[in-house]
Ligand binder design. Structure first.
Ligand SMILES: O=C[C@H](O)[C@@H](O)CC(=O)C(=O)O
Ligand SMILES: [Zn+2]
Length: 280
């Protein structure tokens, strides 16, 4: 059992203009989230947002504290959002067991000392996608099932962006300090997410792409709206979006992704939309 972590510092828009493919990928792309009986974490200095994956097989795996927190336990000053993109598993929070089926979520409040992940079946493991942010108040832990989410239909087939957005962890569903998380699924034949694209300088965001069919990929766009760059992404990879950056992607097939964000406010709709015909 082990908890690995990696630190990513924040880059300025002036710096990122000059990055080549490798440097863009090193700064923003998160390639390996799910490893057997391991928790992999990336600590970003944008809003101190942690992105991670936990995939227990035969063993239960505990979320251990990591050195950058300088805290005796992981959630001493943090809150945590979990969405299971694998098969059924459980999360035990200070002794209370929450069963999470495929696409079910759990919000874990600040102050819980022991968080342990397990799978029901070693052959068909759970895959817990994790987002964690600093928190200043202890809100109750709450499971969010597939019927508890707020659903919005967006886009249209004519513009190749028809998709269903599900809000899991937003303040109208669960009390949170700053974390917001949800899932968007592209309709078959549509490829563009978050188009028209937007920025929200108040909040950073991380996209985690999954259900990308084999041999297909998603081309993800970052950068200021008039200075964009792209990162080609494979299934089960995440990408960090700085507060000043658009975050939008187009797949070579339809796919799903989990968005997670944190920062200044809890207003999901607070976005500055970029005009499609003004992107560069
Ligand atoms: O700030 C909000 C986020 O970028 C996403 O919720 C957008 C999204 O999932 C979509 O348009 O498909
Ligand atoms: Zn956004």
């Amino acid at each position: 059992m082990k908890t690995n972590y990696e630190t990513r510092y924040a880059s300025s828009p002036q710096g990122v203009k000059k990055y080549d493919t490798n440097q863009l990928r090193e700064e923003f792309l998160i390639e390996n989230l799910f490893e057997a009986d391991t928790i992999n974490l990336v600590y970003s200095h944008y809003d101190r947002f942690i992105t991670g994956g936990a995939m227990p097989l035969s063993n239960a795996i505990e979320l251990e504290t990591i050195d950058p927190l300088k805290a005796p336990y992981f959630l001493e000053r943090r809150e945590l959002g979990i969405i299971n993109i694998g098969e059924t598993g459980s999360v035990s929070v200070d002794g209370t067991e929450y069963v999470l089926n495929h696409r079910e979520a759990l919000y874990v409040g600040q102050g819980n000392k022991k968080v342990v992940f397990s799978s029901n079946s070693e052959k068909n493991p759970a895959q817990f996608y994790l987002n964690s942010t600093p928190a200043h108040k202890a809100y109750p832990t709450k499971k969010i099932g597939t019927n508890d989410v707020e659903v919005i239909e967006l886009g249209a087939p004519e513009t190749a962006n028809a998709r269903t957005l599900r809000k899991y962890i937003v303040n109208s569903v669960v009390d949170v300090c700053q974390l917001q998380m949800g899932m968007t699924t592209l309709k078959s034949g549509s490829s563009w997410n978050t188009m028209p694209a937007h920025v929200h300088d108040r909040r950073m965001e991380v996209y985690f792409y999954f259900e990308v069919p084999e041999d297909q990929a998603v081309c993800h766009f970052i950068g200021q709206p008039q200075e964009t760059r792209h990162i080609w992404m494979q299934n089960n990879q995440a990408v960090i979006s700085p507060p000043w950056s658009i975050h939008s992607g187009s797949g070579t097939a339809s796919y799903s992704f989990i968005w997670g964000m944190a920062g200044e406010n809890l207003d999901y709709g607070d976005m500055d939309v970029a005009k499609i015909n003004e992107l560069r």
